[in-house]
Design a protein around this ligand. Sequence first.
Ligand code: NDP
Length: 254
Amino acid sequence: MGSALEGRHALITGGGTGIGAATAERLAAEGARVTLLGRRIEPLEAIADEIAGAATQCDVTDPGQLARAFDIARAAYGPIELLIVNAGIAESAPFRKMTRESWDRIVATNLTAAFDCARAAIGDLLGSENGRLVFVASVAGLKGVPYAAHYAASKHGLLGLMRSLAAEYAKSNLTVNAVCPGYVDTPMTDQSVARVSAITGRSEGDSRGIITDMNASGRLVDPQAVAQVIAMLCLPLSRDINGAAITIDGGTAA
Ligand code: NDP
């Protein structure tokens, strides 16, 4: 256990599973007080119990729920100094079959809710001596992805938001950055594997192999590797890393 983030209040959206849960564990291990948000309370409470943090049920696409959850977080642990915007969803479809409903769902969760989260915490973040805003984007924010135009567009948009805020607040104590993972070993990737199986009729193992081979490394990224980079960005000494989109993708975007 370190103490580099001792007493700092971190809020993580989508903190009950995958990258969000790994980040919660990592930030707590560095001494942060962690608030977790998500739609399902059970996984949030499981992680919160483990790290002595707080869990609040919240659909980040609902502005009313979001405002309430941020108020609850502040009442418990004070101003939000580290905001990790991680909640996200993925779907896939050939473009000609992609529906407007699917586009709206993806953009609402991956991009519009990120805007709302950043706006809800910006006062706190700017008031901190070392405010940190980290977006969990994707290599899909850096390059196009066949059968996932909506997802890639949402993550490209997220990087545009990140870079604009980094530029706007460059003279403050706040940094704004993004991590861009390749395929990570999380429930989201499990769902991608299931989709490939359903569409192609291949076995679960073969489908996982196809997804895994989409990373240049030929292996899935460990969620703890993403958490480690997020924790690094939160350190006081990282104050001059601003506006970066850091790939953790085994070389896929190289
Ligand atoms: P998970 O599915 O495990 O995590 C996504 C989290 O987001 C879940 O905990 C989910 O909780 C939460 N979430 C989704 N929608 C909402 C919502 N409307 N309101 C609140 N919480 C929500 O997968 P990952 O850990 O992989 O995903 C985390 C982030 O990483 C996402 O932004 C994803 O796009 C990104 N990413 C993932 C990659 C991968 O290969 N897995 C690669 C690159 C980026 P709940 O359902 O309970 O709300």
